[in-house]
Design a protein. Structure first.
Length: 396
């Protein structure tokens, strides 16, 4: 690769990586705040909390990567124009391919990385996230050891422990179990202790009362006990095995799911739409690169329509990507929308190629020209000097 192409590739890659890291960091902070209840409410260790947030990042990064690439290309090409480097490259006799080729190469590299994430990294991380989440929800003991307040473990089951003692026990235990529609049970105990025995977990209550209420005949009975052992397995979910969704499965699995896979039987369209979306979604990276090159890849003077060109690039790419998201969402419910998953990114690629061949420019329409003249007159009154639409596009 010639020196000029390496220079353009290096600058675009640096801005892309910087933008990607910034957006990823912002998303990670959002995930940290959203999953904070894993530590505060579910009593999990901090490493479980951090691992869950890290595992949730790949599917978000694969969506952000094309946007970061678009931002990197726009900033790079605009900077090359501001520094008069694009005109100098053209005046030196270099073909426009000297700028287009490294941008397209970067787009292809990002597309390959995004495709790898869609097909391998994101499904693996999401399936691991689902497994950890199922373990967290099934870890009743970790939820029980939280002292103070009332905690609903599931619908109809509420527990409260006023204080934890130095020996690992609890004081003032309250348990209300209304999961059985025919009978409700309420435990009051002055002390409680968690024990592991014969592979099971038990909550041993001491010096308390059990209130039984028959819902059918409205009869209630009170039993005083010295010691009462509760098997904690009855408080956990009946089946702790996680059910993996389509986005949490590998592409090979989705191509030919087993006959006994419950999710594939119930949601066949979601599985089909997920497979086709993984194939087409990486194409948006190259489409964004071509659209940006079509509007910003040619040398222009400082008085030409750079601001309108940037606005046009962002608007066009936003329209294409929003259409892709809409087609995927609709395709999960109606199979007739699945062909649009291919049509929209291919249309973006075709438009990008057309824009490069025709040297497309975002000219200011007469209506916008009138608005620009009005802004110029207002600015002239405020600043005391003449402003022109060209000057406004230059950021003066």
């Amino acid at each position: 690769m010639p020196l000029i192409e390496r220079y353009v590739l290096r600058r675009a890659a640096q801005v892309f990586l910087l933008t990607l890291c910034a957006l990823t960091a912002a998303l990670w902070v959002t995930l940290l705040l959203r999953e904070l209840d894993v530590v505060t409410a579910k009593g999990q260790a901090i490493w479980v909390y951090l691992l869950m947030t890290i595992l949730a990042l790949p599917p978000l990064v694969q969506i952000v990567a094309p946007i970061a690439l678009l931002v990197g290309i726009i900033i790079t090409l605009n900077s090359l124009t501001n520094d008069s480097e694009l005109p100098i490259i053209s005046a030196a006799g270099a073909s426009h391919k000297a700028v287009n080729r490294p941008i397209v190469v970067l787009g292809c590299l990002v597309m390959a990385a995004v495709a790898l994430s869609y097909h391998v990294m994101a499904p693996a991380s999401l399936s691991a996230f689902r497994t950890i989440l199922a373990q967290v929800r099934a870890d009743v003991i970790a939820t029980l050891v939280q002292e103070g307040g009332f905690r609903a473990l599931e619908s109809g089951l509420t527990m409260s422990f006023r204080q934890r003692t130095p020996d690992g026990g609890f004081r003032d235990v309250f348990i209300n179990d209304e999961r059985d529609p025919q009978e409700s049970r309420t435990f009051f105990a002055s002390r409680g202790l968690l024990l592991e025995h014969a592979g099971g977990s038990f909550l041993v209550l001491q010096e308390g009362d059990l209130v039984r209420e028959n819902v059918g005949n409205a009869e209630a009975g009170i039993v005083n006990f010295e010691t009462y052992a509760l098997d904690l397995r009855q408080f956990g979910p009946a089946d702790a095995a996680p059910v993996y969704k389509a986005m949490e499965r590998s592409t090979l699995f989705l191509w030919n799911p087993p006959q006994d896979d419950v999710y594939a039987q119930i949601y066949p369209l979601k599985v089909t739409a997920e497979v086709h979306d993984r194939i087409t979604a990486p194409l948006y990276t190259v489409a964004f690169a071509l659209v940006a090159l079509g509007f910003l890849g040619r040398p222009r003077t400082n008085r030409q329509d750079r601001s309108m060109a940037i606005l046009a690039v962002v608007s066009i790419c936003l329209i294409f990507r929003t259409g892709g998201f809409a087609a995927f969402t609709i395709g999960r419910q109606f199979g007739a929308a699945i062909p649009f998953l291919y049509a929209i990114p291919l249309a973006g690629l075709a438009f990008g190629v057309y824009a490069n061949l025709r040297d497309t420019r975002a000219w200011i329409t007469p209506r916008l020209d009138v608005i620009a003249d009005m802004i110029a007159r207002i600015g002239k009154r405020i600043s005391g000097r003449e402003l022109t639409p060209a000057g406004l596009s230059d950021g003066q």
